[in-house]
Design a binder for this molecule. Sequence first.
Ligand code: NAP
Length: 279
Amino acid sequence: MKIIDGKAIAAQLRVRLKEDVDALKQKGIIPGLAVVLVGDDPASAVYVCNKERGCEEIGIRSKVYRLSADTTQQQLIALIRTLNADNSLHGILIQLPLPAHLDTLAVLREVNPDKDVDGLHVVTAGRLLVGEKGFIPCTPKGIIHLIKSTGIDIAGKSAVVVGRSNMVGKPVSLLLLSHNATVTMCHSRTQDLAQVCAGADILVAAIGRPEMITGAFIKPGAVVIDVGTTKVDGKLKGDVLFEQAAEKAAFLTPVPGGVGPMTITMLLENTIEAARIYG
Ligand code: NAP
């Protein structure tokens, strides 16, 4: 079994991204990203810091807007409209989850789709569905990079995605489909999940249930991508039981150090793309 080293792959990509930023700066364009964080969810605060650090590392100008947990929908929308109108900002990211009193889909709809570098606007999702050019959501985009890094040809493979969220499961399924995999989407109502997964040449687990995917779920020789990140006793656990999966898979992502580092790298890539297109 080979480990798919997301950390190393992301680091390599960031070298190239820094060169892209330098080239844009030569043309007088400094890529700019606004990150909006509402409330004080500790995990979100960490993600936002990592995004800030990632931007700084490659020369993207980032600005974080930290709003209190009682921010109203109107206040948040007013801020997004200001950011939409700011030409120095090429990307806008709303850190999720938002506090429960806010309507997430309505808030995300306010972001100008041309600045939707997180890829979560309904227009961006529609573009992905029909195969129009648009930003690809960061985690799914990173997952495809990781699968390609193994050298396997996705076309014609049987791919099973467990989880159907708008952020991960649905878009990664569409991306695999666009790469001509035969895709099966699974969720909490799927029957005989282990058996369905055991037919997968490519298995993507995006569930949020630590170590649920045991060896019995894995086809010998499969590529297994573990998206799950759940804190258990202070330690980050994936959805895949690593030791058992390692005995059957040909390629496997670790947690941490697999999908996570790629997500932020894809955010940086999308922001650079936005700056290049809309300068
Ligand atoms: P989510 O919105 O909670 O979706 C979870 C999905 O898993 C749902 O579709 C749910 O099915 C399905 N599910 C739950 N229990 C199941 C079961 N017993 N059997 C089969 N399917 C089941 O989560 P998400 O936002 O997609 O995130 C999934 C995981 O990935 C989380 O651990 C999250 O922290 C992690 N994540 C990591 C990154 C990263 O960069 N590393 C990025 C995003 C997310 P139903 O639809 O039927 O409820």
